[in-house]
Design a protein around this ligand. Structure first.
Ligand code: SAM
Length: 187
């Protein structure tokens, strides 16, 4: 099992939007969903993806996607605009759940059962970190983690870096998935 937790500063918390980009950059959330959960012609059944949506009008909202139960989900942005609109208006989609769990409560709960890694350029080189079982990776959106959120996350997790360059959030997820896939092959 592996989990990704994306903190979305402005991600909209209702279904009243015309484009994902205009909805507080839910397009970034979509990119991270695809990077977390999709293989070519397949879904990563061993992944949970979480987005903490902190935009108007009802923050915070916790969107959770369980790869083992996800169905009827192509990868394109148009399809996810409809899927996100549906779940944000209270409709059901297999594998998706929306609730009022806060970032702080989620991390606290996860820290009891899994190692937490906070992705940040300035952290420890991930290649030198012995990633534990069922890891949880926390990352920021296009702007990055708010300072307060990062400080809170570091009470429970370790800061790890993929490189000195700032990557797109979805690229970070792709890299982590690749490294964990390689590790699984080699071990
Ligand atoms: C688009 S980046 C945001 C960059 C923003 N300039 C910042 O200072 O955070 C989104 C998120 O990806 C993660 N990230 C980006 N580059 C990284 C790297 N080289 N190593 C680890 N995490 C990275 C961080 O969690 C960051 O908050």
């Amino acid at each position: 099992m592996r989990e990704f937790v994306l903190y979305s500063r402005k991600g909209r918390t209702d279904s009243k939007f015309t484009s994902l980009r205009a909805a507080g950059r839910l397009d970034v959330v979509h990119e991270c969903i695809v990077a977390s959960l999709f293989l070519s012609h397949g879904i990563r059944r061993n992944v949970f993806f979480h987005a903490l949506l902190s935009g108007p009008p009802f923050p915070p909202l916790h969107l959770c996607i369980d790869g083992s139960r996800l169905r009827n989900a192509p990868t394109d942005q148009g399809a996810w605009k409809e899927i996100l609109r549906n779940v944000l208006s209270g409709k059901f989609h297999p594998g998706l759940n929306v609730d009022k769990t806060s970032f702080e409560a989620l991390l606290k709960a996860k820290s009891n059962e899994a190692p937490i890694y906070v992705l940040e350029e300035g952290g420890k080189n991930i290649l030198e970190v012995d990633i534990g079982k069922n890891p949880v990776f926390v990352l920021g959106d296009h702007i990055g983690l708010p300072r307060k959120v990062e400080v809170f996350a570091l009470r429970y997790g370790e800061k790890v870096s993929l490189a000195k360059q700032p990557y797109l959030a979805a690229s970070c997820i792709n890299i982590v998935n690749y490294l964990l896939d390689r590790k699984a092959i080699l071990s």
